[in-house]
Design a protein around this ligand. Structure first.
Ligand code: GRF
Length: 213
């Protein structure tokens, strides 16, 4: 794994790390011209940390219980990310809400993946929320992170069908396949400077339309 690449990523995790793996795989295949400078976990036992170590990627754990409050945790988070001089921060199953201070420290440089077609079903257990609501299509969203939860401007979305015999697990697995496809693409769009913002709308520059969607 290239940790000295010119476009440096930090991936923030709390658990399994399958999206981290998708980003690593994309870099390893040469599809994404970036390096992961840091995998930061809010849980010391997150399997995502082992995935990072397998590729020699630097890791760091920030556990909320080691800090006296959210402000102190957030200051440590900002300091760690700044020290790695990262270009883009990718939330991939990071189970903490970023404060206004953290978001303001990296304007337009934090993105998140969420397993629903936002603005539908923000928050936890989105796949179960979708099933319980009775939607016929579900999916995932990559968006810029702002101070509100699961609310920032949308970069990419992918849609999957919901079948009558779906459980939260089968639907999650179908969505996850699309998450893994989408996350490296969103990073590449940012790395290649192919996105422009028009209010809430995130537009692909005309020369790139059709190439990556
Ligand atoms: C994914 O479903 C992602 O959309 C959500 O948390 C889950 C993380 O999965 N934010 P993994 O740790 O990347 O496997």
């Amino acid at each position: 794994m290239q940790t000295e690449a010119s476009f440096k990523l930090a991936v923030l995790v709390s658990g399994r790390g399958s999206n981290l793996q998708a980003i690593i795989d994309s870099i390893e295949r040469g599809e994404l011209n970036a390096g992961i400078s840091l995998v930061l976990s809010s849980k010391p036992d997150a399997p995502a940390l082992d995935r990072a170590k397998n590729y020699g990627i630097p890791t760091h754990v920030l556990e909320s219980k080691s800090f006296s409050g959210k402000g102190e945790f957030d200051r440590a988070l900002v300091a760690e990310l700044r020290s790695r001089k990262v270009d883009l921060i990718c939330l991939a199953g990071f189970m903490r809400i970023l404060s206004r201070e953290v978001v303001a420290a990296f304007p337009g440089r934090i993105i998140n993946i969420h397993p629903s077609l936002l603005p539908a079903f923000p928050g936890l257990n989105s796949q179960k929320q979708a099933l319980d609501y009775g939607v016929k299509f579900a999916g995932c969203t990559i968006h810029f992170v702002d101070e509100s939860v699961d609310c920032g401007p949308i970069i990419l979305q992918a849609v999957v069908p919901v079948y009558d015999n779906d459980s939260p697990e089968t639907l999650s697995a179908r969505i996850l396949e699309q998450e893994h496809r989408l996350y490296p693409r969103a990073i590449r769009l940012i790395q290649e400077n192919q996105l422009t913002r028009d209010g809430r709308r995130v537009l692909q520059n005309p020369t790139s339309v059709g190439k990556t969607a």
